[in-house]
Design a protein around this ligand. Structure first.
Ligand code: HEM
Length: 481
């Protein structure tokens, strides 16, 4: 099974292979390979093969003219990747989106917490507030999310009744997620504010304008140059989405009296807190979860009826024995826990992480050591770390019980979706996702609610701009329970 990733200090020092090419032309050529000629995985796989190294120099999109310096050192294995979590050695200032940063006018002129480095005092202030707020709402996670999932499954059933074999999944789960998050933060429904039922589409419009330079619509080849020119030459100005953002901000500001007062008591200016909370709700939370659930359902769907039978068996037995769905019950569902970790491993919802070297440092892989200079940009492509064949057997296969038992649990330290190890926790001094435990919990609850209602289901999916676009074809009601 897994080989260890303990760093061997006697590894040979190698120069970092790879090339940035000529200024401008190198970046353009890499970006066309990345988006259009090779695609994401092949882009990195061909370079690993060519340079016989999992640490390489390359350009990362967007490049000219959205980012002034696209040059990075890519980390493409499980040993080198975690240097990105070492906040003593790397700086995470303004690198959330990679080699460019969208204008702060998307967020009322403030740099949201996720863009701030751990050395900035306001990072710790904001993160402490997020962590303590989430922990104070711990008791509402389960009842609130279960209520929203009940609407979501009714919605899918209605859709199937209306159009058999075809229920659009992503929009349905997006609504459930937004309503859950908004209520969690404000105790009110977005429908009571000027956001109405448009929360997910307002967020999507606002996110698309910021993240467009990193995306491709997957159009036929003849449109590639036009797309590239349109979305990567100059940034999309924030005024184009100002009305969407203002609706989110005003809606949140009117409903969020109580959390905003809490933030003020914690020493954060009310306006800054509100922009930060809208960013957390829209970008971090909604942006992450609307990818995460389609990924989860896709892999569970591909697991087929046998996996569904096993999961339904485990979930129903534990719920019967424990007398309901509780945190204690969820903790006893070993297979359910394992499949959630496996989905987070095989297809991390936020696959790119960036950081700059604070100082000259050395990065190790399984086989070699590499010198990095102060100020150089490090880029981790997470799927190549969490599918490292020297850590995970059959890394490309979805293995439902991969994380069951002591050997399985030992592998959890290589699950990295939260910008940290699954065995570590977010703190004000690191950049790990403050909702790390919440996300895992929501994924488990999702499966519990699914398999309490249904014996099995079928789906179709196709790749979309971010994560898969899923269509539910059938839901077979639970025969027992
Ligand atoms: C599946 C869903 C989610 C994923 C995959 C995810 C992933 C991440 C990642 C990778 C980062 C670090 C980004 C970086 O610095 O490169 C991050 C940071 C963050 N996430 Fe999440 N996240 C998710 C859900 C959430 C939720 C539900 C919330 C809040 C309720 C949240 C709040 C945040 C915040 C505030 C940060 C910034 C932390 C800091 O600056 O120290 N995330 N998340």
């Amino acid at each position: 099974m897994a080989s260890s990733d303990n760093i061997n200090n006697n590894l040979p020092m190698r120069p970092i292979p790879g090339s940035y090419g000529l200024p401008f032309f190198g970046a353009m050529s890499d970006r066309h390979d990345y988006f259009y000629n090779e695609g994401r995985d092949k882009f990195f796989a061909t370079r690993i093969e060519k340079y016989k190294s999992t640490v390489i120099r390359t350009n990362m999109p967007p490049g000219p003219f959205v980012s002034s310096n696209p040059r990075v050192i890519a980390l493409l294995d499980a040993v080198s990747f975690p240097i990105l979590f070492d906040n003593a050695k790397v700086e995470k200032r303004d690198v959330l989106d990679g080699t460019f940063m969208p204008s702060t006018s998307f967020t009322g002129g403030y740099r949201a917490c996720a863009f701030q480095d751990t050395t900035e005092p306001s990072h710790a202030l904001l993160k402490t507030f997020f962590l303590s707020f989430l922990s104070s709402r711990h008791h509402s996670f389960l009842p609130l999310f279960r209520a929203n999932l009940s609407d979501h499954f009714s919605d899918l059933q209605d859709k199937l009744a209306h159009q058999p074999g075809h229920a659009a999944y992503n929009s349905s789960v997006s609504d459930a997620v937004f309503n859950f998050l908004f209520r969690l933060l404000t105790d009110k429904s977005p429908a009571e504010t000027k956001i109405g039922n448009h929360g997910p589409s307002l967020v999507q419009t606002w996110l698309a304008a910021q993240l467009a330079p990193l995306a491709t619509l997957g159009l036929p080849r003849i449109f590639n140059y036009v797309e590239d020119l349109l979305i990567r030459t100059i940034p999309i100005p924030s005024w184009t989405v100002k009305s969407s953002y203002n609706k989110l901000y005003d809606g949140f500001s009117s409903a969020g009296e109580s959390i905003l007062e809490e933030a003020e008591r914690a020493g954060i200016k009310r306006e800054e807190a509100c922009h930060n909370l809208v960013f957390m709700l829209g970008f971090n939370a909604q942006g992450g979860l609307v990818n995460q659930f389609p990924i989860l359902i896709k892999w569970i769907g591909l697991g087929g009826e046998d996996l569904h039978r096993e999961l339904a068996g485990e979930i129903r037995t534990v719920v019967r024995e424990e007398g309901g769905v509780s945190l204690g019950a969820l903790d006893k569902m070993t297979l359910t826990k394992s499949v959630v970790y496996e989905a987070l491993r095989i297809e991390p919802a936020v696959p790119f992480q960036y950081a700059k070297a604070r100082e000259d440092l050395v990065v190790h892989t399984h086989d070699a050591a590499y010198q990095i200079k102060k100020g150089e940009m490090l880029f981790g492509y997470q799927p190549f770390a969490t599918k490292d064949p020297r850590i995970f057997q059959n890394p490309e296969d979805f293995v439902p019980d991969r994380f069951v038992g002591p050997d399985g649990e030992r592998l959890l330290r290589h699950v990295l979706w939260s910008n940290g190890r699954e065995t570590e926790d977010p703190t004000p001094d690191n950049k790990q996702c403050p909702a790390k435990n919440l996300v895992v919990l929501l994924c488990r609850v999702y499966l519990v609610e699914l398999f309490l209602r249904y014996d099995t289901f079928t789906l179709d999916f196709k790749p979309a701009v971010l994560g898969p676009q899923v269509t539910i074809k059938s839901l077979t009601k639970a025969s027992s329970f």
